[in-house]
Design a protein around this ligand. Structure first.
Ligand code: SF4
Length: 122
């Protein structure tokens, strides 16, 4: 089985979408779990972060970046680490998205499902 590539920033990445992000100026600790955080505490923090992502105008751009970069940590584009790991595992290495927009396109169902009511159950 081929090795999955490690997290890496895509060569064509643009960061301008962050200028209008709903999380701009917010405490980043809400989006990244502290060491050893588990269970309901972790889930509650993730749901709080996801609720901010829900109304973010650049949610799809954020998710696209995180998927292409295989970001291992944090809530990005409304997707938790666990939700993104499922995306990473579902895409064959030879087909892995590299170009801008490909990550969002290939994971569009998971990106929308991450904002479904059941995804906010703490
Ligand atoms: S989708 Fe969430 S993490 Fe991404 S920029 Fe928007 S608020 Fe921030």
């Amino acid at each position: 089985m081929p090795q999955q590539p490690l997290a890496q920033v895509p060569a064509d990445v643009k960061w301008s979408w962050q200028d209008v992000a709903a999380c701009l100026g917010r405490d980043v600790a809400m989006f990244f779990h502290p060491t050893n955080e588990r269970g309901r505490t972790r889930r509650r923090r993730e749901v709080t972060a996801k609720s901010i992502c829900f109304s973010c105008p650049v949610r799809v751009d954020c998710a696209d970046y995180a998927i292409r970069a295989r970001e291992p940590y944090g809530v990005w584009g409304g997707l938790t680490e666990t939700e993104r790991e499922a995306i990473y595992a579902s895409i064959p290495i030879a087909d892995y998205p590299r170009l801008e927009g490909e990550g969002a396109r290939m994971a569009s169902y998971a990106i929308e499902r991450a904002m479904a009511p059941e995804a906010f159950t703490a």
